[in-house]
Design a protein around this ligand. Structure first.
Ligand code: ADP
Length: 479
């Protein structure tokens, strides 16, 4: 059996040292021989360069010591055996200087080379560690699509050891049903030489399907690219769960809306006869106390009917069952009509109800615009103490109008201002409690304005009054 001996670095160092010593000794012997027997101090000194070069390559700048040793030997033998005249001695010294310079230069070059090599190796190691221990799966893809280099994460994602990935193409990992889509996407991106990122199903070794988000980037000045793959399976599962929950919620919401619709209708049906019989009885009963009771019954039934109607209207808006019927009208007429209907109520509270509205023709759903103004003016009357002032103003802004209903009422605290347009939201005041309101009027105003393509907002100062603004486009293009 052949004996293969592994040469360690230490062995090779000893080996080099022995060769160098032998060469140096040979040079010394040559020097002695030629000086002593031939009385010449110059012959064969170029042979000295051999140990100098080797010392420079193997021991770098330490080669200078070898050069010094050989130089001193050379001069000593020349002086001892040849008895050189001074000018030849000077020449020998120059030669020795050359030895030292050559040894130093070779040592220096070699040292720089070794340092550069070490730096390169360190940098290589540094980037290898980054690549290897990155927390995303990375792989280098050659021009034909073959995988040439992968990291630990890629091994654990794919289930393959890196040696087993020889000859595998990256497309082999894309689930069959996604391949066409992925190929088309990459072709498109390649046209613009843009980096590509896409999500697809990743097939691992045991056939498990994982979802990954993969980004491919060309490595500059090569025909390769690097791909980073992020396992998003858990995210996808969460997304699926969320979607299912949303679907269930939407279904429940629809069931709730359907139920409420039926319930509101059923609740409203007996109210009509109650109101009807109450007003009939009012006329039939002569007793004063009895008449008062009947009037109360009628008022409460009408309030209940109003509340149910509002809930029904909001349910219809939610179910997209409310459609606008546009017609052209003068906003001034509408404001005057609404103000006129509220004059008795305002008069009861000694409120000043006025308006400043120019003639503006707009295209809108007239009954809905009337409802918007009615709700706002009714609130203003409700929340303004006796002797106050309510004003309705409309401004022509070109493409739309901006209306404002202002009052000198109790005002709304700042923290409630953005919430009052939410359903069933009420600012808890004694007036609100007394009014028996439900917090739906402003929600309807907001929905109606939104349906027209406008916006609504409010400003207020507690104790000084409130201003409710809304906009309405003057024309309904494309409707
Ligand atoms: P409701 O129809 O029950 O009055 P709204 O939705 O119209 O309910 O109003 C919501 C809440 O906003 C009310 O409870 C009231 O506190 C407040 N609010 C509305 N308009 C005014 C106003 N002009 N001045 C003061 N507070 C108001």
């Amino acid at each position: 059996m052949r004996d293969y001996r592994v040469i360690t670095e230490e062995d090779s160092l000893n080996y080099k040292f022995v060769i160098l010593v032998l060469l140096v000794l040979a040079c010394v012997a040559l020097s002695v021989y030629f000086s002593y027997y031939r009385s010449e101090a110059r012959v064969y000194t170029h042979v000295f360069y051999l140990p100098l070069i080797l010392a420079g390559v193997w021991y770098m700048k330490k080669a200078v010591y070898v050069a010094l040793f050989l130089g001193i030997t050379h001069i000593l033998t020349a002086v001892l055996f040849v008895h050189l005249p001074i000018e030849l001695l000077l020449e020998a010294m120059v030669r020795v200087g050359m030895f030292i310079a050559v040894a130093y230069a070779i040592g220096l070059v070699r040292e720089r080379f070794v340092r550069a090599q070490d730096n390169l190796q360190a940098a290589e190691e540094f980037y290898r560690v980054i690549f290897e221990y990155a927390l995303t799966a990375l792989c280098v893809i050659e021009r034909g699509g073959g995988i040439s280099l992968v990291n630990r994460e890629f091994e654990s994602l794919s289930g393959y050891k890196r040696e087993e990935l020889q000859g595998k193409k990256w497309l082999d990992f894309v689930a069959v049903e996604d391949r066409k889509k992925v190929m088309e996407y990459f072709k498109e991106r390649q046209k613009y030489l843009a980096p590509a990122c896409c999500a697809f199903k990743f097939r691992s070794r045991d056939g498990t399907i994982k979802y990954v988000n993969a980004c491919f980037e060309r490595i500059p000045a090569t025909k390769r690219c690097i791909a980073s793959l992020l396992d998003i399976t858990a995210l996808k599962e969460k997304e699926k769960e969320l979607r299912e929950t949303c679907e269930k919620l939407a279904e429940l919401d629809k069931m709730k809306r359907d139920f409420l619709n039926v319930a509101y209708h059923e609740m409203r049906s007996p109210l009509a006869p109650i109101v009807g019989y109450a007003s009939l009885l009012e006329r039939l009963i002569s007793d004063e106390r009895g008449r008062r009771y009947i009037v109360n019954i009628e008022r409460c039934a009408k309030e209940l009917e109003k509340m149910i109607n509002r809930m029904l209207e909001l349910a219809r808006i939610d179910g997209n069952k409310v459609e606008l019927t546009f017609c052209e009208f003068n906003i001034r007429d509408v404001v005057h009509e609404v103000i006129k209907s509220f004059e008795p109520e305002a008069g009861d509270k000694k409120l000043q109800l006025c308006s400043d509205v120019p003639d503006i023709m707009i295209q809108a759903d007239r009954p809905k615009v009337i409802a918007i103004f009615s709700n706002l003016i009714s609130n203003a009357i409700k929340y303004t103490p006796e002797g106050g002032r309510i004003e309705v103003m409309v401004e022509d802004r070109g493409k739309d109008i901006c209306a404002c209903v202002s009052d000198t009422g109790i005002g709304i605290p700042k923290e409630h201002l953005t919430k009052i347009f939410e359903r069933f939201y009420m600012v808890d005041t004694s007036l609100t409690r007394k009014s028996g309101s439900l917090g739906l009027g402003l929600s309807i105003v907001k929905e109606y304005v939104k349906l027209h393509g406008g916006v609504v907002w409010a400003t207020s100062e507690v104790g000084k009054g409130s201003k409710f603004y809304f906009t309405l486009p003057k024309e309904q293009k494309g409707r």
